[in-house]
Each structure stands twice: as C-alpha cells, then as structure tokens.
Design a protein around this ligand. Sequence first.
Ligand SMILES: *[C@@H]1O[C@H](CO)[C@@H](O)[C@H](O)[C@H]1NC(C)=O
Ligand SMILES: *[C@@H]1O[C@H](CO)[C@@H](O)[C@H](O)[C@H]1NC(C)=O
Ligand SMILES: *[C@@H]1O[C@H](CO)[C@@H](O)[C@H](O)[C@H]1NC(C)=O
Ligand SMILES: *[C@@H]1O[C@H](CO)[C@@H](O)[C@H](O)[C@H]1NC(C)=O
Length: 451
Amino acid sequence: MEQGWLHGEGFLLCLILYLLLQGRGDTFTINCSGFDQHGVDPAAFQAAFARKAFRPATNVSIPIRVNISFTLSAILEVDAQLQLMTSFLWLNMIWYNPFITWNPEECGGIRKLGIATENLWLPDIFIEELMDTDQTPPGLMAYVNSNGHIKYSKPMRVTSICNLDIFYFPFDEQNCTLTFSSFVYTVEKMVLGMEQDVRDILETSQNIVWNKGEWVLQGIHQMTKMTVGTNDYDQIVFFVAIRRRPTLYVINLLVPSSFLVTIDALSFYLPAESKNRASFKMTLVLGYNVFLLIMNDLLPSSSTSLISVYFALCLSLMVLSLLETIFISYLLHLATTQPPPMPRWLHSLLLHCTSPRTCCLTVPWKGNVDLAHLPGVKESMELVGKVPGPRETELNGCPGSARNQQEDKAKKQHLVHLWVRLSHMMDTLLFRLYLLFMATSVVTVIILWNT
Ligand SMILES: *[C@@H]1O[C@H](CO)[C@@H](O)[C@H](O)[C@H]1NC(C)=O
Ligand SMILES: *[C@@H]1O[C@H](CO)[C@@H](O)[C@H](O)[C@H]1NC(C)=O
Ligand SMILES: *[C@@H]1O[C@H](CO)[C@@H](O)[C@H](O)[C@H]1NC(C)=O
Ligand SMILES: *[C@@H]1O[C@H](CO)[C@@H](O)[C@H](O)[C@H]1NC(C)=O
C-alpha cells in the first residue's frame, strides 16, 4: 500500500503538498521524524531527489562553489610516442546542496547519510587533457552531511595528453598538466575552489602511490586561477612533476655500451701487425649492432634523445677505430711489400719526432721490433741472408754489381724500417686522437645529461 502510494500521482501529490507546506520558505529542511524507529524514509527525500537534474541553488544568480582535491594513487604508464600519461586518481568534490538538509536532533542523531549518486545532482568536473572516455564505475555513493554539504569521491583512470620531452632520457623529468573544469557551467554558475592545500595533496599522494614503477611522483603545483571573464569556465590547473627511475636503463643500456667502447679502445694495444686486431674490432661492431637491436624496445621512439646520440657516438667510435686499423694494416702492408720512396719532409719529421730528446710525440718505438713476423719483411730478410741466386752467380764476375745489389737491399730494408716506424707512429697518434675525441664526446654528453 505504502509503496503504491509513493509512486505516480501519490508522489506528485506528496510533492505538491510538500512544496505547499514548505512553500517558498527559506529552508528546505527534510522532515525526518521516525528515522530512528523505521529507518530512513525514502519519501522524505523524494523532493530533493526530484531536483537532481538542476543545479542546486536557491538563487540562480549565485554560482555554486565546488571545492575539489585529488589523490594521485598510481602513475601507470607514460607513452612518449603518443604523448600520453596514464594515471589513476581519486577526485574529491565537496559542494553545498541547500535542498538536502535536516536537523540531526530530530532524526535520531543522524549526521551523515550515504546516498547513491544517481539520486543526486553531481558537478560535471572533468579534466581537459583527458584523451579517453571517463570510465567512472556506476553505483558510487556520496556522503551527505546534515547541513547539506555533499562529499563525493570518484576514481578516475586518467589518460591525459602531456607534452613529453624525452631528450634527456633516461634522466628525464616530465611536467604534465591536469586542468579541472566544468563541462557546461560558466563561471557565473559554478566556481571551483580548493578543498585541500596543494602541499597536502602532494603529501597524501606521495604516501599513497602504490606502485614502485618507473616513475616517481616529484611534485604537484597549482597554478593560480586566471579565469575572470563572464563567459569563461572556471578552472584549476595542476602541474604534476614526475621523474623517471633511471637504474634499469643505466644497467641495461649505458653500462654495456661503455664496456664495449672501452674494450674497443683497449684493443688498440693489440699489435698493429697482428691480423686479429681488425677482426676483433669487426666482432665488436657486430656485437654492438646486435646489442642495439635487442635493446631497441627499451628506447622511446618519438624523437631524438641524447641517448640515441650517445649510441650513435659509440658506434661511430667503433667504426672509426676499425677504419684506423684498416688504414694502419694497409700502411704496414705497403711498407713491407713495396715501400714507396719516403718524401724528405716526412723523413725529417719522422726523425725529429722519434729522436729521444724531443717529446712532441713520445712514440713508444719498440726499438728492434721483431719485424720477422711481418710477411713482407720476412721475405726481404730472407733475401738479404740468402746465398746468391743463380742469376747472381752468373754476375759474380762483376763484384761491383753485387755490392750495388747489396746496397740496394740495405737501402730497401732501411726504407721498410722507416715506413714501419711511420705506421706505428701513425697508429699511436690516431689512438691518442681517438682517446681525445672519445673523452670530449663522453664528457659533453654527461654534461648535457646533468643540465
Ligand atoms: C513530519 O512528518 C510527520 C509525519 O510523518 C508529521 O506528523 C510531522 O508533523 C511533520 N513535521 C513537520 C515539522 O512537518
Ligand atoms: C539573488 O542574488 C543576487 C546577487 O547576489 C541578489 O541581487 C538577489 O537579490 C538575490 N535574489 C534573491 C531572491 O535573494
Ligand atoms: C570551499 O572552500 C572555501 C574556502 O576554501 C570555504 O569557504 C567553503 O565553505 C568551501 N565550500 C564547501 C562547499 O566546502
Ligand atoms: C610545468 O610547466 C608549466 C608550463 O607549462 C610551468 O608553468 C610550470 O612551472 C612547470 N612546473 C614545473 C614544476 O616545472
């Protein structure tokens, strides 16, 4: 019976009666007698619930004030390519609804009621940077205070657009903006306020952030409001500063790269005559390429970052050192097979630079380097020490020509020596240049990273 009475015309009658009783009086206090004996009477709230489609204001020219705050409880993902930050937050809103008030003394001391939000007018606060549909779950509750203050918290998974700058990856910090604003109510109808100080918001969020993921919440700042115009929407702007935890990237990307480059630099100590040197460096270059391929997933792919420059630098250092080895090998080969006549200036330069008194380039000229294992040198040495061949025995009648030949050979050997010495000098010189270049570029990159 009572249920039937509640619906249809009964409800309308009740509403009219209620409005007649309350009239245009300045209070809309809910008559809650009997709540402590029979529980909350839904009929008592019907009038208030029926108004949920409209902004709860007794005077339409006074804007409703909604105080907001939020708690950032997780930073789930930061997508540098799509420039999106996905976070999870609880948005708290407090506003005043003059139509839902009651006197707690008359109502068995009830001061607070949880009411399903589908019965209430809710402020349409949204985040302007939101790039996804609002996935607020249905069936949430709001707390209504006896003096009409309604407190409503809703969970939000926020995929917000954010200007991500990954130049300093993996030591980057991002600054994402969250702008809270009303969808339809201009500043004449709704104004926003802060429920909590922004420092409290930061403190709560930092205590609550669940995941120890890649990102650390560094700070939350609020911009002073700027909307004053009548047709503007009131908004509150927050800046969320987050910092990446770089350990993963340092261990997986930077350290192996540095090791490979160090090995590459050390491989200059392999003897230049050895064939292993070139193949060793080739292996390093190959290994580095494979490493880059595997680690490519870890790198952000939207724009150039310092780390790509660093990798390119490492690779070019390795390629340069390989080229240097090829050049020195070529020089040594030339020196030992058919040494071209050495220009005078080069000769004097060589003498000047390898003489022990000057130290412009203290080339560790390994004195009597064992040239024996150089193929060309071996041949020429064999030739020198060989008993005269058949052609020479024929010419034995002429001792002068034999001496000439021997002199020629000695000259050639001297030339070979000079060229080999030059190659070693070039090797040392280029090694130092390489070290210098490496040091400068690494220092530059590190300085850039630290700014
Ligand atoms: C409240 O409602 C009860 C009946 O449910 C009625 O007896 C009482 O007079 C009402 N009080 C006021 C202040 O309207
Ligand atoms: C409504 O508010 C405006 C502005 O504050 C005021 O001028 C007006 O008198 C108010 N109206 C009523 C009915 O209180
Ligand atoms: C909102 O905050 C202001 C001051 O910060 C306060 O005066 C006002 O009562 C608050 N409004 C609500 C609905 O809590
Ligand atoms: C974040 O960026 C805004 C401008 O986009 C700037 O006003 C604000 O100071 C920045 N905040 C931090 C902590 O860098």
